[in-house]
Design a protein around this ligand. Sequence first.
Ligand SMILES: Cc1ncc(COP(=O)(O)O)c(C=O)c1O
Length: 433
Amino acid sequence: MLRDQIRALVKQYYDENFGLGDNNPMKNGVKYAGRVFDEKEIINAVDASLDFWLTEGRFSEEFAQKISDFLGVANVILTNSGSSANLLAFSALTSRKLGDRALQPGDEVITVAAGFPATVTPILQNQMIPVFVDVELPTYNVNVNALKAALTDKTKCIFLAHTLGNPYDLEPILEIVRDKKLWLVEDNCDAFGSRYHGKLTGTFGHLSTISFYPAHHITTGEGGAIVTSDDQLARIVRSFRDWGRDCYCAGGENNTCGKRFSQQFGTLPLGYDHKYVYSEIGYNLKMTEMQAAIGSAQMDKLPAFCEKRKQNFAAYYELFAKYPKYFVLPQATPNSDPAWFSFILSVCPDAPFSREDFVKFLNSKRIETRNIFAGNIIRQPAFIDRNFRVAGSLEQTDFVMNQSFFLGVYPGLTTEMIAYVGEMVADFIKDRA
Ligand SMILES: Cc1ncc(COP(=O)(O)O)c(C=O)c1O
């Protein structure tokens, strides 16, 4: 009864504090992203707090199950961030349990330099060599011919993000993966809900990852997940996530394997408690129950969020299609249906204004913009003099670094906001062009 009263009060609190909405772009600006929620997320967060279980429990199970049902993939392992998900997915491929398929220090991993660092850093953190290939416009995804040209005997893995929600051309990439017996890790952090040939991204690779940071399709504040249909990989990922332990009992459970005190591991004494046997060099990157409770409520909104992202993208497309001389418009990869992360544009080099002019103007009008993350990552201070290889030219990557930016398409945008952006862009173009 007390819980019901608390839930009713939370609803009232939500209505009074968040429910009215304030969509006036003149007052609040047009954000590139933001959390979109109603009382259900807060009620779940409060419920989880009242349970006070804290670590993975009923909400974590529910959240993981909803992701698993949505993607149609059996194993979902929750983590404290998308970056952790990338680190764990990639590190799992180094497990000795994979025998001669395990990645080794010095192996080459093909990726792109026009992206987010968390897709690249796990490669370096595991003493492997990122091989950077160019992207192509207007999909902003890997150039498959450049990828083919980058393959060597040392290539063991392809680790790519679906750029800003736009799926990369999976068909030829999967062919390469099969032919060369490579691993494919899909960084699906910006593309949760995108489709390629009707199939959801994040279901093609050996492993895929999701981020629940507020800019993404759904949020848990911080949070992420690893998805795989391979039970062995799932168990390895879980082990890496949970300190490297061999035991796979859920929190609060004992002796799931029925052999807790009867096995031989390493040079430990026979029957050493399985709970404290470590078969991987692991981490602790688990999600908390409060995060999962929020995520579970968000999952119910994911299909509607994806639709709204597509609508907002279409509205921006119509708006910017009026200025083909000045902007390169984005394009979905053939046979794909992106649940866009954002609306990406490049300012044409011969436009009578620079990208900087344009984004400064938009930001001065409280319209948020972002660059394509690291631009060309090899030019970032952290990457100078690191052990990577550039295959071919990164000409388009440099173009993206210099000319591209994005606007948000998150579901919190209103038609008024997009109309306001349209007016501001028209003013700017009238003035400059
Ligand atoms: C493509 C991509 N991968 C990974 C991440 C990392 O996710 P998180 O911020 O949850 O660590 C991001 C960033 O948000 C991203 O855009």
